[in-house]
Design a protein around this ligand. Sequence first.
Ligand code: UDX
Length: 439
Amino acid sequence: MRISVIGCGYLGAVHAASLVELGHEVVGVDVDERKVASLRQGRSPFYEPGFQDLLSQSLKSGRLAFSTDVAVAAGARVHFICVGTPQKHGEYAADLRFVQAAAESLLLVVEPGDVVVGKSTVPVGTAAGLSQMFAEKVPGTLLAWNPEFLREGFAVRDTLHPDRLVYGVEQASEADPAAAVLDEVYARILARGVPKVVTDYATAEMVKTAANSFLATKISFINAMAELCEATGADVKQLADAIGYDERIGRRFLNAGLGFGGGCLPKDIRAFMARAGELGADQALTFLREVDSINMRRRIRMVELAREVCDGSLLGKRVAVLGAAFKPDSDDIRDSPALNVAQQLQLQGAVVRVTDPAAIENSRREWPHLDYATTPEEAAEGADAVLVLTEWKQYRELDPVAFGEVVRQKRVLDGRNALSRTAWTEAGWTYRALGRRAG
Ligand code: UDX
């Protein structure tokens, strides 16, 4: 099937290349010329494990092309909208400018019988509005909402091997012709028995925001427990292990630490609250405000902890920050807790050096006033404290004995509860972590 993908960021680029892998012929469209040039040359514009290979293979097949001109989407049967929906400046609501622009640009190319499929995370009600717009301007076009659940760092796997497929279609049932077209698009995935939910637009839109709100709540729940552990001397890691054995609770997404960041969870829970307010249902989501505050408090606590280990003052102290990306295996620094802490430390007088295996270039561009190093050893040279704020494998596997040679003071703050407390304390380090006793 000929398919177009509008928006070639983390979501769209991976989706486009994956569709080729699923047997289709795909054109990816993006307004960013540099991104398109890079994708055309087979160079991934972002760090995402497995994507580089998938991109090269898909290009080699001759069934993948990229362009800045939406005209190339003409003749495609299905058009995916994969653009970003960032938080609006100065308010909680989602900025739908890019979705609107993508939809309007598609008006120039869609034909009756084509299916426009939204994948972007949008406030509930958006799909119904777009469906009406297409019905008025190009009668006979179909609209579906098919949310994406990919995690950065696992984007390729999550796209090709999703847990489930969700279709929001006008008739809210399999009988809707758009559902049949989506079945063709995902035929190879469906053949593996992946569950599918066919529903109305509003439910499909809400599945995504509800899922992200649940995940954010789970993380903030364990981080609230971490606050209590700090007050009582209990250990949040053991607590998470113990409650996680209960299958109803589960251990995943119960890692206490610096909390969630990134381009999705923070802005999605805020946009969800804003939309609930518009719908007069704000009370239903006031708990998300608490989820957000618990999350933000962890960053403040991390800075306090750093001050504590630095004998009560950060002024002039050399602090190494290991990790800048919002999570490992990504170069994404959007709302990165690690960079947020690094900046607070610097503002409070510390001499901060940040390192990251993949995100330095992005960090330097956004936050040029911070000092960067290429290796953990370089970042930690002469340091009074080392903060591990993104749990990259390289940092989890650091040898505390050898690493101890580099620093001035052997003090480590494990912002992600990812290091072995025993190994580090045995190597003579003062070990501190959120929600755990001093080691
Ligand atoms: C998330 C959703 O998981 C995904 O389904 C959705 O499509 C987009 O948003 P992503 O932002 O890539 O994906 O990252 P995720 O793995 O969910 O992690 C989000 C944040 O939570 C990261 O900052 C991570 O460090 C933090 N986190 C995660 C914790 O602090 N503790 C945990 O136990 C898990």
